[in-house]
Every structure is written in C-alpha cells, then in structure tokens.
Design a binder for this molecule. Structure first.
Ligand code: FES
Length: 74
C-alpha cells in the first residue's frame, strides 16, 4: 500500500469518527475552519497555526479546499 492509499484509508476511518483531516497531526476540519476564521487565508499560515499538512503532506489538497470553502462564506 502506498502513502496515498494509506492516507486515504486512515482519513476515511478518522473522518467518520471525529472529523480528522490531517491524519499525521490529528487536525480536525473544525480546527482548520477556526484558523481561517481567525485570519489565516493561505495553506502555509493554516499549516503554521494548526500543523495540518506539516508531515506527509497528503492532506494538503483537502486543507486547501476547506480554506477556500471557509473564505467563500465571508
Ligand atoms: S495527513 Fe500527513 S501531513 Fe496531514
């Protein structure tokens, strides 16, 4: 199983349980949305604030989608 398959499998399991988007750092969607609400507008600043995407990086596209979605609500 490659890194991406492993990520997708673990993310699905954890997203169902508690909304974890970043499996490596156990960062939830809620935490990412909160960081955007607090003024983080780019992946890099959300990564710095929450640690999402700071390990294997497989969650980056999903984190970016959440940021985009949250910013579109403003
Ligand atoms: S899932 Fe590995 S850094 Fe987010």
């Amino acid at each position: 199983m490659d890194k991406r398959e492993l990520y997708l499998k673990n993310r699905k399991k954890q997203a169902d349980i508690d909304g974890v988007v970043c499996v490596c750092k156990q960062v939830t969607e809620r935490k990412i949305r909160k960081a955007v609400k607090e003024g983080k507008r780019k992946f890099v600043s959300v990564k710095r604030a929450t640690e999402a995407g700071s390990s294997c990086g497989m969650c980056q596209p999903i984190v970016e989608d959440i940021i985009k979605d949250e910013l579109s609500k403003k």
